[in-house]
Design a protein around this ligand. Sequence first.
Ligand SMILES: [Fe+2]
Length: 378
Amino acid sequence: MRKWFSFPITEGKASRQAHCDIPEDTFERECGKEGFFGPATHMYHQHAPTGWTEWEGDLRPHAFDTNKVEDVGDNPLTAPLLLSNANVKVSIWRCDTAMEYLVRNGDGDECLFIHEGSGSLFCDYGHLRFRDGDYLILPRSTNWRIEPDSPVTMLMIEATHGSYMTADRGIVGDHAVFDPAVLEYAKIDDAFIAQQQEEQSWQVYLKSRNAMNRITYPFNPLDAVGWKGNLTVFRLNWRDIRPLMSHRYHLPPSAHTTFVANGFVICTFVPRPIESDPGALKVPFYHNNDDYDEVIFYHKGEFFSRDNIHPGMVTVHPCGFPHGPHPKAFAAGAKAAKKETDEVAVMIDTRMPLDLGDAAKQTELDDYVLSWRTPPRG
Ligand SMILES: [Fe+2]
């Protein structure tokens, strides 16, 4: 058995409630272990903890623009890699015509976040319509293909050797945040039956152990006439997420957890009212999330804690140093200028460090590390 050392101490000036009633002229920084679930200390600084003026070395905040990734190839399983470690692979793919082959990821469950476009997904389990803002969850080794109605851009998140599960809803129960009844699954409907008539030779691209196999069938493998069970392909749209919030306390990102996999979680930030209590912090608190790398993909809206970020961009804040709101956003938060957020973003928090793929490096904004610069306080 193991147990954290835990003995609450207060040194000097501090608030007795995290993220609220912060001592005047101070900046609060949370130093925390194990995401937002381990021991943590709230430290009150005289300067913004992101106020560095120079940074030498590779462990720095990154931002890159997936809109600038030009060649995405024609197979989702070889889409340009943005970020990866042993637990997760994140890539970006675009598709504007119907796939004429099937793909199958033997390396782990797949989460497709539809950034733009709509269409039909055909898979072993049947037919499922999708639109922008959907998460499509595909169990490992599912055969699938898409037929777009309009050009599709998707963020692909592979749970390498792992599975996507739901988060424990704790004291709010299973129907909060989203009711499991809002999930839609692939069905054996008329469209699925109609595509079975294409009795020609079909190829399946199977990725396994990160290598590609091409398997040819003299018939269409999507030929199921029925199935039963509790494993399937399903979709969840962010519009069906009803976020937890408190008008008196800035909840940590973990309150917005949507999927849990081995070594990482996916959280969804959706529009919500901003805290109204005069003493409550109105923007994300500065923090070292000391055991996790933190990735945010910006999908839609105005990103309330960041300056100069637009849809399709990604930020990566490796663990080891603090991050937090940009100066303009911090000042707006202090004035309580905004009453609600309209941003939609996908966050991926990984327990092990991430490596940047070529597509991320090639579209990186070099000066992002200095984007928190502020004039010194007088
Ligand atoms: Fe964070």
